[in-house]
Design a protein around this ligand. Structure first.
Ligand code: AMP
Ligand code: MN
Ligand code: MN
Ligand code: MN
Length: 291
């Protein structure tokens, strides 16, 4: 189902393939009226995206997907509508940028120990070929570097063998704690949604513990629908969302054209769940006009 709103998408400012303006252009072509750009740990794509959104007449929501750690597990938090001028937020972004550079070096070092050479240079070159925004390479750029060097055949294989959860290239030590990141988001007046809770491979009781701590930290929503995740997962997350009285978000988590995701394409949110955007008057008005 194609939706006029998408609250989860990446540009080449982080690990998406399209520049911010091409991403917004694609959203426009897909009939999207409201798009949140949620790059990993950076807002550097927002000015270019905003400019293109104004040109094409679509509403761009300032967003970010922040990495953090909870109970030794890497967690992603979606932040929306923050005050990007808040000193705490600016400081957080600087810290995240440094953390990502340190992590990139560490990933390269770990993979070097396994006989894979020059991956950092190759990942940086790939990242630079996609964007003039000089952000550190992420795991997806390392996956591409491994393909280019012939160490693996596909990105999937790179994640399965080397970069995925718990593998040697999955370096968590540089991330801040969930409590720290949520505190800064609250200080910056952001709305916070817990991204793709199913991807953390937690037991139900562990996920419940995470959700209650997330709420204690001021988290308001959870991402009940992420792209084409199976119905059964959406069902389980719906129950948790209801039980915890959270607001719901949904989005495609788009990274790459003609891949397994597309802007505006995701399973619908169950109708009894209150979407986070019901708290955003401008978005409500735009969606009503679109009805
Ligand atoms: P990072 O933010 O650098 O830790 O990288 C996480 C990103 O890697 C995710 O947002 C996805 O874009 C990508 N990713 C994670 N798992 C996989 C996978 N199994 N296959 C392909 N890409 C993946
Ligand atoms: Mn990504
Ligand atoms: Mn994520
Ligand atoms: Mn994402």
């Amino acid at each position: 189902m194609l939706h006029p709103i998408d609250l989860h998408a990446h540009s080449s400012a982080s690990d998406g393939l399209l520049s911010p303006s091409l991403l917004v252009q694609r959203a426009f072509e897909k009939g999207i009226k409201i798009l949140a750009l949620t790059d990993h740990d950076t807002i550097e794509g927002l000015p270019e995206a905003k400019q293109q959104a104004i040109t094409l007449g679509i509403e761009l929501i300032d967003g970010i997907e922040l990495s953090c750690v909870w109970s030794g597990i890497t967690i992603h938090l979606l932040g929306y509508g923050f005050n990007a001028q808040s000193p705490e937020f600016i400081h957080l972004l600087e810290t995240m940028n440094q953390a990502r550079w340190l992590r990139a070096n560490k990933i390269a070092e770990k993979l070097h120990q396994k006989g894979m050479i020059d991956l950092l240079d190759c990942a940086c070159a790939y990242k630079q070929s996609l964007s003039t925004i000089a952000n550190p390479p992420g795991r997806l750029h390392f996956a591409e570097a491994m393909v280019q060097k012939g160490y693996v055949k596909t990105h999937k294989e790179a994640f399965q063998k080397w970069l995925g959860n718990g593998k040697i290239g999955d370096i968590k030590q540089h991330w801040l704690e969930l409590t720290t990141v949520t505190r800064v988001l609250k200080q910056s007046n952001a709305w916070i949604s817990l991204a793709h809770p199913y991807q953390y491979n937690m037991t139900r009781s562990k996920l419940s513990k995470l959700l209650s701590e997330f709420i204690t930290c001021g988290g308001q929503a959870m991402e009940v629908v992420n792209g084409f995740q199976p119905d059964q997962q959406v069902g389980k997350l719906t129950t948790l969302c209801r039980n915890f009285g959270l607001l719901a978000t949904a989005g495609s988590d788009f990274h790459t054209p003609n891949n397994w995701t597309e802007l505006g394409l995701y399973r619908p949110l169950p109708i009894d769940l209150p979407p986070l955007y019901t708290k955003w008057p401008k978005v409500n008005t735009l969606l009503k006009q679109n009805d």
